[in-house]
Write a new protein. Sequence first.
Length: 404
Amino acid sequence: MRKLLVLPILLLILGCNLNRPDALQEGVWRAELQLTETEVLPFNFEVTSRDALKIFNADEVIMVTDLEYSNDTIVIKTPVFEGYIKAVVKDGTLKGSFIKESLDRVVPFSAEIGKNTRFDLKIETPTQNVTGNWETVFSPNSEEDIYIAKGIFKQDGIRVTGTFRTTTGDYRYLEGVMDGDTMKLSAFDGAHAFLFTAQVTDSTMNGMFYSGNHWEEPFTAKRNEDFELPNANELTFLNDGYDALEFTFPDSKGNVVSLSDKRFKDKVVIVQIMGTWCPNCLDESKYYSEFYNSNAEKGIEFVALAFEYAKTEEKALSSIKRLQDNIGIEYPILLAQYGSSSKTEAQEKLPMLNHVLSYPTSIFIDKKGKVRKIHTGFNGPATGEKFTEFKAEFTGFVDELLEE
């Protein structure tokens, strides 16, 4: 009987091994997203084991540990965000797509091992230096789409890093090169797929911004070390007749939560308008989670209102749980909306606000339930000193409210 069992067991083991594909080769890879017929967005990642890799954007390192193998195909899922890469593995190359299912977006993807450069250079020697601050206008010829920004860049030889700050947040960690007089910057984090190209003189830029393969717009910029964006505390405010915020939404467990609940009574409350799909919201959530975990006993509460573009309630709640688990968020995240991240629809759910201009937006409420400040957008760690300034302003104002 024992001899008869050997052959089936051996065949089963061999069958399992045949269906277990080879791991990605360890080492540095160069990836490309094909945005247009002529423009590609490059980024680098390093495979450290069969089940882990790191994605690099300037000072940001994204640890990825969700890799699924099936025959000759691999699925790479970045932390928190819905987007994933699905590609066929063959001879040190990957070929497939970057996919965001809820938005029906598919971007061609490819990668090869052994290349640690981000951008291919044509001239290889920089003829301009973009270090400094740049007053920027995106879509300057469109009344509907025009908006302002502040470019903040640092150049070291060929390498350029920095970001664009806007009134609604920053474009996070951008990395690239100055190739002759052409600046090229990119970022990929599983949500953002950004490419910026620009012709640069000593005092001007003229360029294009690509977001995936679904959006592109021109931008212009000029050097201006003194340029500042409008005050983020003055862009969103309560409509006449309101001095308080009201809402009732379910949390991830289906429990209905309102500001009138006992847990918020006689406490300072920070209401975070956000989405799990939003990288600026991720940066903000990391900071708020750390602050809350260190200060909850002082009488402060946070509550997040999530506006999700996931097509079903189940997927939206799954995204919320994934964010909470990845960051370790202990405060409630409520599902305010799913099926759309429309700011117009968001404002309809919060009619006391003049508008929802940005994800994220933070509303500061004192112990008596009165709205004391509304901060639009978020200056994340990619903005350097602005992130430091925000943290100092935040802690100072919260301390004032706690002492009242």
